[in-house]
Design a protein around this ligand. Structure first.
Ligand SMILES: [Zn+2]
Length: 222
């Protein structure tokens, strides 16, 4: 009986109508997000200056308000990895609004150390990049950039400390893949810009033509 009810329920409210941010069923949904949740998002499509010679432009999509902070926490630490879908859809809108898709040859994500990924089960930036790459039909230069040094999360330290901490953390593996390419670098959140800067530096030094950055949100003061 319960199974029958579930079947009926799925027929009336198929899972494709579920908002992934609040898990409520909604007919009025856009990019996996219901109208109520959308009201909590402040779409900015904002360019920020991270003051780096290695990265041409950096954007983020939405304001880091309380609602978004909680969702990011769920995404990174509470195992809600399915949030990559609504997050990626928001980021794709920024890409389109800023006409970024015509200026890139492929996509790379900020890598995590393989031990950290093993602990968490996934890399949150990789899930975003994979979805965006598929939707935009742009190649994912997946394993080209790797993290070779285990670094502590320093969400409260300043940019200088983070740059020192991240020094020699990243490495390009197959430089022939990224050579002379215009790359879109994806992360979930920008805190100081140090990670974006360090990754771009390694990519440019390995022969990439240009790097532009995009994150879902940013807690950086500017
Ligand atoms: Zn919702």
């Amino acid at each position: 009986m319960i199974e029958l009810l579930q079947t009926l329920n799925n027929l009336i409210f198929p899972t494709r109508h579920i908002c992934l941010l609040c898990k409520e069923k909604s007919e009025n949904r856009e990019g996996y997000i219901c109208k109520d949740c959308y009201r909590n998002l402040e779409i900015l499509d904002k360019e920020i200056d991270i003051d780096s010679p290695y990265i041409k432009r950096v954007y983020y999509s939405i304001s880091y308000n309380r609602f978004v902070r909680e969702k990011i926490k769920d995404y990174k630490y509470n195992g809600k990895n399915y949030l990559y879908k609504p997050f990626s859809e928001i980021m794709i809108k920024t890409i389109k609004n800023k006409n970024m898709d015509n200026d890139i040859d492929g996509i790379i994500y900020v890598p995590t150390h393989r031990r950290k990924e093993a602990l968490r089960g996934y890399n949150q930036a990789e899930l975003l990049a994979k979805y965006i790459s598929k939707k935009l039909s742009k190649p994912l230069f997946g394993d080209s950039l790797i993290k070779i040094k285990w670094t502590k999360e320093q969400s409260h330290s300043n940019k200088i400390d983070r740059i020192i901490n991240l020094k020699n953390s990243f490495q390009v593996k197959n430089s022939n893949i990224i050579e002379n390419k215009r790359i879109l670098l994806i992360d979930d959140i920008i805190t100081t810009g140090a990670t974006m800067e360090e990754c771009s530096k390694v990519l440019i030094n390995a022969g990439a033509k240009e790097v532009v950055g995009l994150a879902l949100t940013s807690s950086k003061n500017n």
